[in-house]
Every structure is written in C-alpha cells, then in structure tokens.
Design a binder for this molecule. Structure first.
Ligand code: PEP
Ligand code: MN
Length: 334
C-alpha cells in the first residue's frame, strides 16, 4: 500500500503518521520526491483502514500495490534511483560503462586492462575472482589473490571495482570491492540475497538464465527487504531455443524494468551474445533502449583468456565501441 502525503506536510506530521502506521505492524518505506512524500507500507496491510487513512488532512491519496515486489516498485519511489557505485552514479540519467576481463588472471593482465579501459572512458573495472563455471575442471578464479590484484588495479587507476560473490562466507574478502555482483546462477540463491541485504554494499544483480523479470525484481526485493537499497539490475541474456548466440538478449526488459521499478538497469552484451563481434552492436542498442549502463568483457589477449575469451573485446575494439557509444549517448541522452 502507498500513502501519498500532501506537499505542505510538516516533518512532525509525517513522523507522527509513520509512528502510527508502524504501531500497526507494517514497515514504512519513506520516499521524499521533489513534490510529494510517499510512504510505502510493507507487510500485512489488510487490516489498515484505507478510508480512515485517506480522510487524514495530510494525506493526498492511498493506493494498494498489487505487485509482490514493494521496495523496488516504482509506485513506492516514482523517481529513478541513482545508485552510488564506488563514487560513480548509475541511474537517473547517469550512464556508466563497466569493463574488464571475465576473470582476474595476473597482476599485469588486470592492471594493463584497467589502464586501457580507463583511458577509453570506462568508469568501473570488472574482474571475477570467484567464477561460477559449468565444469569443475575449468579455471575457478584466483579467489582471495584475484581480489587483491583487483584492489591493486583500483589503487593504480582509481577505478572502482566490481566482482562476483558466490558464498557469504567470503564476504570479508570483499571489503575493498565497490560493487558486489550476484551472478545469473545465484539470482535465486535466497540466503545469499538475504545476507547481502544486511550489508551496505552496492549489489549488481544479474538476471538468471531462465528467470522472468518479475522473478528478477523479487530477488532485488530480497536484498532491499534486509535494508540494502543499493541494487543495480543487470540483463545478461536468457536461455531460449536459439543456439547461435550464447544467450538471447532480452532488450525489451530495459523499458519494462524501468516501468516497473526505480532501480537502474545495466545490460551485459558479452554474456548475452557470447561472440565478441556481436558485442558492440548490442552494447549500443542497450544504450539506445535507455539502459543506465553496460558491462562489457575486455581482455588484452582474448585467444588465451582463461575464461570467456570468445566474447571478450580487445582494448582497441573496446575503444572503438566507446567512440560510437559517445555518439549514441549524445542522441538518446542529450
Ligand atoms: C560474469 O559476469 O563473468 C558471469 C559469470 O556472468 P553471468 O552470471 O551473467 O553468467
Ligand atoms: Mn564471463
């Protein structure tokens, strides 16, 4: 349920109402907009007397929110949320490019890539240290060492870093990580989502291989329900009957998610297509569709990459994508 307060409501009147509502066993989520304050009520609101609430002098309107996702619902927060990703704003008109290798491999590799993607205009550096691989015999990532090397690259370049967590027991290792990624395979690992909901880390939540947008939003809700509202949604392609591409990029999710939610939406064209030659056009299409950012895999030597080389751009290819991106952004975000 949402309660919209009239514009001239004082802080004292607002707090008084919140206190009264909380006394009825619901959580109150406050969203201060430019004009209106919206109180979003989470919990069992069936016993709340809507008519009584509506009749209060400071209340403009009361509406039930039928969707099961509440805190990430745009009805709770009509304005776009701008998430702070290690000092870089994402969402609400702020577009950011996250780039880097699938996996951190060596010191020279990660620092070299960090320097080149920064020079091309990337705002954040990605690099996996804990890799969710289909085969247990494939490279699993450098774990703690990988995160240390990523931190070194951050120190060298000043770029905030993004890396995937697979187990809450590793959280202490992520202290210097600015954005924690929840990968597609863990989108519905509810214990992981709940755990991250109790941190103050920015979370990049990737859509599962076979999950609907509503399920993605419910997973975001798990994180937000714990108090952590710094969530970025990420489309990375879904599994369909098409096998030419690694996955099928569901680009229509960008306007749909923007309609349903106030959270920023980032598109990952690398995992969506699986082929480096397809990445630039899909990255540009994502920006044109209104995405708040893209995440792209870049490797200095894709042929010898330990993971996802086929979909990785070289630094030169990434640079040329960034030149084109500038032109698209001038048109869609003048
Ligand atoms: C990744 O970002 O390297 C990754 C494993 O992504 P996804 O979870 O989307 O497959
Ligand atoms: Mn990858």
């Amino acid at each position: 349920m949402i309660t919209v307060l009239k514009p001239n409501t004082t802080a004292e009147q607002r707090d008084h109402l919140i206190h009264w509502l909380e006394g009825q066993d619901v959580q109150v989520h406050v969203s201060e907009g430019a004009e209106y304050t919206i109180l979003g009520l989470v919990g069992d609101t069936a016993h709340i007397d809507m008519e009584l609430l509506e009749s209060l002098e400071i209340v403009q309107s009361v509406k039930r929110v039928s969707e099961p996702f509440k805190k990430c619902n745009r009805k709770f927060h009509p304005e776009d949320t701008v998430v702070d990703a290690g000092g870089v704003p994402i969402g609400g008109g702020h577009f950011a490019v996250i780039a880097g290798p699938c996996s951190v491999e060596t010191r020279d590799q990660i620092i070299g890539i960090a320097e080149s993607v920064k020079a091309s205009g990337a705002k954040l550096l990605r690099g996996g240290a804990f890799k969710p691989r289909t085969s247990p015999y494939d490279f699993q990532g450098l774990h703690a060492t990988g995160l240390e090397l990523l931190s070194e690259a951050k120190k060298e370049t000043g770029l905030p870093i993004v890396s995937e967590i697979m187990d809450m027991r590793d959280l202490d290792l992520f202290q210097d990580v600015d954005v924690i990624q929840v990968g597609a395979r863990n989108m519905q690992n509810f214990e992981l989502l709940k755990g991250l909901g109790h941190t103050n880390k920015t979370i990049l939540l990737k859509r599962g291989l076979a999950n609907t947008l509503k399920e993605l939003l419910m997973s975001a809700e798990y994180i937000m329900a714990g108090g952590n509202e710094n969530v970025i949604l990420c489309e990375r392609g879904i599994r369909t009957y098409e096998t030419y591409t690694r996955n099928t990029l569901d680009l229509s999710c960008v306007p749909v998610l923007h309609e349903l939610s106030h959270l920023p939406v980032v598109v990952d064209p690398s995992h969506a297509t699986g082929h480096s030659n397809l990445v630039p056009s899909m990255a540009l299409a994502a920006a044109a569709a209104g995405a708040d950012g893209i995440m792209v895999e870049v490797h200095n030597d894709p042929l010898h990459a330990l993971c996802d080389g086929a979909q990785s751009l070289t630094p030169a290819q990434f640079d040329s994508l960034m030149q084109q991106m500038k032109r698209i952004l001038e048109v869609v975000r003048p």
